[in-house]
Each structure stands twice: as C-alpha cells, then as structure tokens.
Write a protein that binds this ligand. Structure first.
Ligand code: ZN
Length: 425
C-alpha cells in the first residue's frame, strides 16, 4: 500500500530516477544486445518512449555503435492505419521496409525493441489485419527474420512505459503516479534497480545454468501438467531436445539476453505429441486486444477445439495464421517465486506476464532447442518435431496449484513442479 503522490512529487521522483534510467539503457545495450565496436543497431520505439529511447541511443554510441537507426511508431497512427486501410494492403511488406530490415540484418546489426503499449489500443479492430501484417513481416523480411531465428543477429526486447499501459496496470492512480510506479516496477523486476545492473544479470544468468543442466540430464520423454482449473495436458519432448534459458548465443559465440526481464527455462516440444486440455492462468494481450479465460483442447499435437470468455475471434485468427499455428513451438517453466510474480503486478504485457507463469506458445519453435538444430533447414527441424510457423504467441498457464511431472521413456514419473514451484524449492 502506497500513499497517493501529488504530480509535483511524481516529477521530483522521476527526476531522481534519471541516473537509474541511464544504467538501465546501458544494461540493454551492453548485456541485452552485447553491442560491439562499429556494430549497427536498429532501435524500435514508440514516440511516447522518446526520452528513454534517446538515452538508449546515447548509451549505444558510448558503447561504440557504428550507427543507430531508430524505427519510431505511434499507437494512434497504427490504429488509424488499421481502421482505414483495407486488409489486402497488410499482406505485403513495402519493398523499402524489407530492404531496410534485411540490409541491416545482413550487415550484422543488433535489433532492440522497446516494448510498451496500451493493451487495449487496438480494441475493436478486425484482428485479420494485425494478423496479416505479422505474418507478412515474418515471411517477407527473410534475412531479418532468419538472422534472429538462426543466431546470426542479436536481438533484445525490453520495456519502457507509455501512458495507456500505465493506466491499465495502475487504474486507480493519477497519470503521473501510474507512469512513475510502472517505471519503478519495470526497473525492479528487470533487476535494474541497483547500482550495477550489468553484474546483477551475470549473477542471474548463473542460476539458469543449474536448472538447465538438471533438465537436460533427465532426458524426459514428456511432461504432464495438472491444475485444479481443469488443465490436464501431456506434452511430448523431442529426442535431442535442449532446455534453454538466460543468455542466448549467436553462432559466432556472442552471449546476449533476448528478453529483459527473463525468468524462464524453455524448450520446443514435439509438434505431433500434445494431448489433453489446458486453461489460461492470465489474460493475454495480443496485437492490442485482450483475450480472457481461454482454453485449448489438443489432439495429436493440434488444437482441435478452443474457447474464450473474451477475444475468441482474436484467438481464431492466431490459430488460422498458417497450417502449423495450431501446434506448439515452446513450453517454458517458471516458478511462482520470481520477482515478477512476487511484485503482484499484472502487467498485461507478455514480456512480463510470461515470466510470471509457466507458459506455452503456439507457432514456431526454436532451432537452438534441438541438438544440431541451428544447422538444420526448416523441413529437417519439422521432421525432428520442432514446429515452424509464421507466428509465435505465448500464453500463460501456470496457476498457483499447478503440478508437473517429467515422464521418462520407461514411464517413470518425476515431480518437477509442486503447487506452482520447482519440486526442490
Ligand atoms: Zn517463453
């Protein structure tokens, strides 16, 4: 419980946070992107995040960036695009935009995305349009997409507040206080609230190593999820699956953090062996629209039935993206004892909420989650069970009473999660 702040108190408090914001900007550049001398950076940011974006640009040049390209966007303009422009237009990425992204990817650029938007910004928009645009971006900017997916380009997603988002997270506070509190929450759960965020991230990364080592040694054949909300789901593991998490590595060995914050260990499950029913544990904000209280029934790896209390049409468009968007590309394990969950803040933003809860993702899987996967083509990955699709949508399933067992080839069941946390916690 916090006493309300006046606007003047918020202004003073934000000014006092200035040095910390610069440390956070440095964290994103130096750890998130592991930026190298002379390297190009493309920063995607909202106009509302301009102050923080400028701090990131300065941090990048101070770290030796060759050039920084800022790709500005604005939710209000985005919404007008989606309202006025016909669906057909969104099926093709303009050639100049393909050229911009692909040429930067080929030049070895790092890609940094500042996440943060009003989760309701696109409410009422025909979901076919954002779905078409996402698919076009993922299938037509080939060098850009594959550069990130196959470990040739570093990329990082991290957040900065915008007002519509802050209002949703803190609906009872004044605008100024909601913005301030959201900054404080982001810095805290991103482990960027101390004097040396960069070394805090090295310590954090070490704890991932233990968990990954344990899971990779077990060689489970499947995971079995059960929760009192009705979830009873079995997810097959691929032969040669690899649990990943914490820092990622490019093919040339650069260690970077694709997500800040991150708390998950994850792998790509067998695209053909998912059976049972799974219920959502948190609402999902997708392309500016909220989906609430939803469930999927899987058979032979595919969603065969689903429902939602709100946003079922948005789910339908996700599922219909392509022939593989009804299959899973990711399963991630996150204890309920993480700073994000313990903050008690529901962020309405996948970057945070996915790190508060065990989750699954429909759509494309990860080459690095299969032994030898980064050297395989898409068809070979599919043959080994790693799904390939033009979409990847995480959804949260980790309830407080969720139990998960790892099932070995011989049928032995090992408790992995008991009541929402690791069995050994
Ligand atoms: Zn994930």
């Amino acid at each position: 419980m916090n006493l309300p702040m006046t606007d003047e108190e918020c202004r003073v408090a934000m000014a006092a946070l200035s040095g910390q914001l610069d440390l956070y900007a440095k964290l994103l550049v130096n750890k998130g992107c592991a930026l190298k001398e002379g390297q190009e950076l493309m920063l995607t940011a909202s106009l509302e995040q301009a102050d923080f974006a400028r701090r990131v640009v300065r941090a990048a040049y101070e770290a030796g960036a060759g050039h920084v390209t800022v790709n500005w966007y604005d939710d209000a303009v985005e919404r007008m695009d989606l309202e006025y422009v016909p669906l057909e237009w969104f099926k093709t990425v303009p050639s100049w935009e393909v050229e911009q992204r692909d040429s930067l990817a080929e030049a070895g650029a790092a890609f940094l995305f500042l996440d943060g938007s009003d989760p309701d910004a696109m409410k009422g928009i025909d979901p076919a349009k954002p779905a078409a645009r996402r698919k076009a971006m993922n299938t037509q900017c080939v060098k850009y997409r594959d550069g990130m997916d196959f470990g040739r380009n570093v990329w990082c997603i991290a957040a900065a507040p915008v007002l519509g988002w802050a209002r949703q997270v803190f609906p009872k506070l004044s605008d100024a206080e909601a913005m301030y509190r959201l900054w404080v929450a982001i810095l805290s759960v991103s482990r960027a609230d101390g004097g040396d965020p960069e070394s805090a991230w090295e310590t954090h990364n070490a704890s991932f190593e233990q968990t990954k080592r344990y899971l990779n040694d077990q060689r489970f054949d499947a995971l079995h999820y059960v929760s009192s909300n009705g979830t009873d789901l079995t997810v097959g593991m691929n032969e040669g699956h690899i649990w990943d998490g914490g820092a990622a590595r490019t093919v040339d060995g650069t260690s970077y953090f694709p997500n800040i914050p991150t708390e998950e260990v994850f792998t790509s499950p067998d695209r053909m062996r998912v059976d049972g029913i799974v219920h959502s544990a948190l609402p999902l904000s997708n392309s500016g629209q909220l989906i609430k209280d939803f469930w999927f029934r899987f058979e032979g790896g595919q969603v065969v039935d689903f429902g939602a209390a709100e946003g079922a049409d948005v789910l339908q468009h996700i599922l219909d993206t392509d022939e593989n968007s009804r299959r899973l590309g990711e399963c991630a394990l996150i204890s309920k004892n993480t700073p994000i969950r313990q903050s008690g803040v529901l962020f309405y933003d996948t970057l945070f909420d996915e790190n508060a809860s065990c989750h699954l993702a429909l759509g494309t899987g990860f080459p690095e989650c299969l032994a030898g996967g980064v050297d395989m083509g898409k068809d070979t990955l599919m043959a080994h069970g790693v799904n390939q699709s033009a979409t990847h949508v995480d959804f949260m399933i980790g309830s407080d009473d969720m139990n998960i067992w790892g099932i070995s080839k011989d049928g032995t069941e090992t408790p992995l999660f008991v009541n929402g946390q690791w069995a050994w916690e």
